[in-house]
Design a protein around this ligand. Sequence first.
Ligand code: GFB
Length: 306
Amino acid sequence: MTLRDPIYSLAGKRVWVAGHKGMVGSALLRRLASEPCEVLTVERSELDLTDQRAVLGWMHNHRPQVVFMAAARVGGIRANALRPVDFLRDNLLIQTAVFTGAESVGVEKLLFLGSSCIYPKHTPQPIPEQALLTGALEPTNEGYALAKITGITLAQAYRRQFGCDFISAMPTNLYGPGDNFDLVGSHVLAALIRKAHEAKQTGGPLEIWGTGSPRREFLYVDDCADACIHLMQHYSDDMPINVGSGEEISILDLARLVGEVVGWRAEILTDSTLPDGTPRKLLDSARLRSLGWTPTVALREGIART
Ligand code: GFB
């Protein structure tokens, strides 16, 4: 057996993508179309994932064997800072409901999606998985990060107490088709694409939040979906596993790159009254690489596709 031989097969399985309308969930649907499995989805209007009783009922009726937990309340730095209750409470409820249901119906394997913001604000870079819980969190997204840390701990607890094969993947900052382009709620890349287009139309400047000096690592969402399938097939451990591209860029350089892709060299203005957040967030994805997975979409190409 080589490192790349799968330890779990999706063939013939009933696979539930929880959160299939989101950016990651829809990328998972695209990727799962080439797997020989049956994909289950449910609309938000039919099932409120924060309602544990309803989730339990739905899971008992549909009997998924595999779950991709891509359902979450997500948003950029300002949405997190403005609505911490939504990010903490809703994510705790969704996770608890889905994990409880998965154990109850005997799901064979579940992949929980976290976020690189679970790691301490100040920590050595690139960030290995062992950095979890070694320092204070970035305050702007503490609620979201704590919910995700709780999700990891819950997956580990289900493994230990009930022998469930629940694993946790920590993707870096994601972007791609299906992202939220709302200027207040979005993450930086979607916001910059929209702002660059608007600057091109009006001939005005492109305003970025903060100083532009923070560095971020970006991964195209279809690469993330591919990594999730790879992990489902090749990974079973209680330690979360990082999912990154290995490349970071400053927000200022990112704004310039987006401008190039959009075809407009706007004047870039910074606004240091708005938060920078974590100074750097580059994941150490060596463990994922050792399982035989690498990303395929370079940043410039991914921005153009988005
Ligand atoms: O993507 P973003 O909102 O989230 O912001 P985080 C990244 C960086 O881009 C920050 C700057 O330094 C922002 O200040 N930035 C500049 C902008 N212009 C803009 C803009 O127009 N919109 C946005 N959104 N940012 C999030 C967490 O942190 O990371 C979430 O809040 C989640 O919880 C996500 O974990 C992955 O990378 O700072």
